[in-house]
Write a protein that binds this ligand. Structure first.
Ligand code: JD8
Length: 262
C-alpha cells in the first residue's frame, strides 16, 4: 500500500519509523511518505492560513497550497481512467465515525492520501474540488475536539496497517479481537497465577478449552453489556444461544429479544 501524508507538522509522524509500522515500511508492505504543506507555498512567510470569510474566531487553511499539494500527489496522469487515484482521507470533527469496518475498507485501498488540517480547518473548496477527481472521505475519531488531524492520522494508519497481509505475526488474532465479532474482549491474564493476592481465574488454568471458551464468551458478553449497551443492541439476536442469554441474565442484563440460536 502507498500512503502519502500532508501536514504543516511533518515531524509528528516520526513514530511511524517504530515498531510494526516501521517493519511494514522496511518490508515494503507500506510505502509511506510524509510531506510538508509549506513545500507548496511561494511567499517568504510560507503562509498556509488566512482569516475566515464571514468572520468568526481563528484562521482557515488557504486553498492554494492544498490544491498544489493534491495536484502533485494525485496527478491525473496517475490514472487516466481515474481509478487508481488515491483515496483522500481527511480527519475532521465533522467526519463519519472511524470504525474497524472503515479500517478494513481503507486497508483494501492501494493508495491513501491523508490531508491533516489545523487551525479551524481546511477551506471547503479543497475537498469539493478533490471530489471532482478522486474519492474523498472525511472521518472523525470521536466526539471530542483535537488541535488538528495529525494524531487522527496516526490512529487511522495504525488500525489500517495492522490489517495489511503479513504485518501481524499471527493474523489469526485479528478475528478474535474486540470489534471483530461485535463484542468487547474478555479480561486477559498471564503468569504468576497469584499476584499481590489476586488469583488468575481457575478456569483459565484448567486446560479445559471448552470451559475456557465458555468463560471468555460470558465475560465478553457481560463486559459489553455493562460498558457498551449500543454494541449489545447491535448483536443479531439469533446469534445469542441459551448459554449466552443465561450469562446476560445472570449479570442482570436483558438479552436482545428474538429467536434463541440453537
Ligand atoms: C482535524 C483542525 C481543530 C476543529 C476548531 C479546534 C478528527 N475526532 C476529532 N476531533 N477533532 C478532530 C480534528 C480537529 C481539527 C482538524 C480533525 C483540523 N482541527 C479545529 C474544529 C474546531 N479547531 C478530530 N478526526
Amino acid at each position: 500500500m502507498r500512503v502519502d501524508i500532508v501536514s504543516i507538522f511533518p515531524e509528528y509522524f516520526a513514530p511511524l519509523d517504530l515498531s510494526l509500522i516501521g517493519k511494514a515500511r522496511a518490508s515494503g508492505t507500506l510505502r509511506l511518505a510524509v510531506h510538508d504543506l509549506r513545500t507548496w507555498t511561494h511567499d517568504v512567510h510560507r503562509t498556509v492560513d488566512d482569516t475566515p470569510y464571514g468572520g468568526g474566531p481563528g484562521m482557515v487553511m488557504r486553498p492554494e497550497p492544498w490544491g498544489e499539494a493534491l495536484d502533485a500527489l494525485a496527478p491525473d496522469e496517475l490514472s487516466p481512467d481515474g481509478h487508481t487515484l488515491p483515496r483522500l482521507v481527511v480527519p475532521s470533527p465533522a467526519g463519519v465515525p472511524f470504525t474497524q469496518a472503515l479500517a478494513h475498507e481503507l486497508a483494501a485501498e492501494s493508495h491513501l492520501l491523508f490531508a491533516c488540517g489545523r487551525y479551524e480547518g481546511i477551506d471547503q473548496r479543497v475537498l469539493d474540488h478533490a471530489a471532482t477527481r478522486m474519492r474523498v472521505t472525511e472521518v472523525s475519531l470521536g466526539d471530542y475536539v483535537l488541535f488538528g488531524g495529525e494524531v487522527a492520522v496516526l490512529v487511522i494508519l495504525e488500525a489500517v496497517t495492522r490489517l495489511l497481509p503479513g504485518v501481524l505475526g499471527n493474523a489469526g488474532s485479528l478475528d478474535e479481537e474486540s470489534h471483530a465479532h461485535g463484542l468487547l474482549e474478555a479480561p486477559m491474564y498471564t503468569k504468576p497465577a497469584t499476584w499481590r493476592g489476586h488469583e488468575v481465574p481457575e478456569v483459565l488454568r484448567s486446560g479445559d478449552h471448552g470451559r475456557i471458551a465458555r468463560w471468555r464468551r460470558d465475560e465478553a458478553l457481560l463486559r459489553t453489556a455493562a460498558r457498551r449497551p449500543d454494541m449489545i443492541a447491535a448483536v443479531p439476536p439469533e446469534s445469542l444461544d441459551k448459554k449466552d442469554r443465561a450469562a446476560l441474565d445472570r449479570g442482570g442484563f436483558q438479552p436482545p429479544a428474538g429467536d434463541v440460536a440453537k
